[in-house]
Ligand binder design. Sequence first.
Ligand SMILES: [Fe+2]
Ligand SMILES: [Fe+2]
Length: 474
Amino acid sequence: MINYTEKIPNNVDLGRDRVLQRALEHWQPAYLSWWYDMGPNESHNFEVYLRTAISVEPDGWAQFDYIKMPEYRWGIFLQPRDEKRQVNFGMHKGQPAWQDVPGEYRSILRRIIVTQGDTEPASVEQQKMLGLSCPSLYDLRNIFQVNVEEGRHLWAMVYLLHRYFGRDGREEAESLLARRSGDTDNPRILGAFNEPTPDWLAFYMFTFFTDRDGKFQLCALAESGFDPLARTCRFMLTEEAHHMFVGETGVSRIIQRTCEVMRDNKIDDPADVRALGVIDLQTIQRYLNFHYSVTLDLYGSDVSSNAANYYTSGLKGRFRETKLEDDHILRDALYPVSEVVGDKINTKQVAALTALNERLRDDYIEEIQAGVNRWQRVIDEAGIPFRLTLPHKGFHREIGNFTGHFISPTGEILTEEQWKAHEFEWLPSPKDYAYVQSLMSGRVAELGKFANWIAPPVKGINGKPLDFQYVRFN
Ligand SMILES: [Fe+2]
Ligand SMILES: [Fe+2]
């Protein structure tokens, strides 16, 4: 059970470690001041119908109530320890899982934790302004739920830094509050987390594509031989599922509304669609291309000795590592990666150990494709002959083997001039952004009302009706 009587709710018996508790209580006000500055704009007095974890057990972990976000019970929740757990892959396979940081892996582990931790506050910063233009109270509540949970994910990583990394861990925890998404001098660590999230279509795409990268990274870290990291990531994953739900259903509802308008008015020209105040499917495709390609970069280089190292050391596993049937060492295994040779994209086999980033990216792509297929069904059911597609893996990439090449969404290798001539058929243009933002100029806040450009969801949150007061503005 989670102890909510303490200043910092936790299920790690924090009260027994006074030094750690004091260090975290010292970080807490700095965190809150970050939230006041960088959390959802002008929201501090709102009472929001939020879920809060009450236990880490699968059946009883959430409770819903109105809460002011700065008073959210951020805390430290780890999945309970399995005494028999082992390191399940790499050169230490078969050893008992580590309860402390092995000295030789200290700096790599710290880097892994900091990199993961940095994404959490970054997305809150990226989404800071969106509450001012929400399409409904239901959606407003959802973005706030995502934001407070990303805040808690930061807590999860900061706990590990404070608990296991001493003074340099505490310094890293301070730096996590100092970097800012998109800042020129002190940006967030990873590219996609410095891109703006300027409108709600971008928000839903982000939670579908980029939060799902978060899921896959957390799944790989949940396999870690460093047990406290594995246990904290397992619990974070239960929260992540809701973020991806918000993204997938958000895009789906936008598609649905657009299709209704197209069908009812018998139109298919994007200009006619826009004239009726909904988002044309072509623009949705361009947003998809952008968020997909930028997120693919987050997995890193196709061939990576760092990734091999993390694996061999037992620090970061594969997606569903323990369910895979092989030696879990990857001694002789091969894996295909793409490379551009002249005017062709070739596939070559490399040591699987060095291709673990690519493998995780491929696992991710499979899940993404399934989600895009579900969106396609909404279009098909409306009888509209439009296909939403994932662009080629090499399209618009800045990390890995495709870097520096100009590849079309269908996978042709182009010259820079050819590519540039089509750029805004493939990626959102300034005009697309301006149009989408023009639809989202203010907040839709009447009970049960939804903006014209998005369909209502199938059901409300926690069994509540769609016209429930999900947010009280005070
Ligand atoms: Fe997160
Ligand atoms: Fe998330």
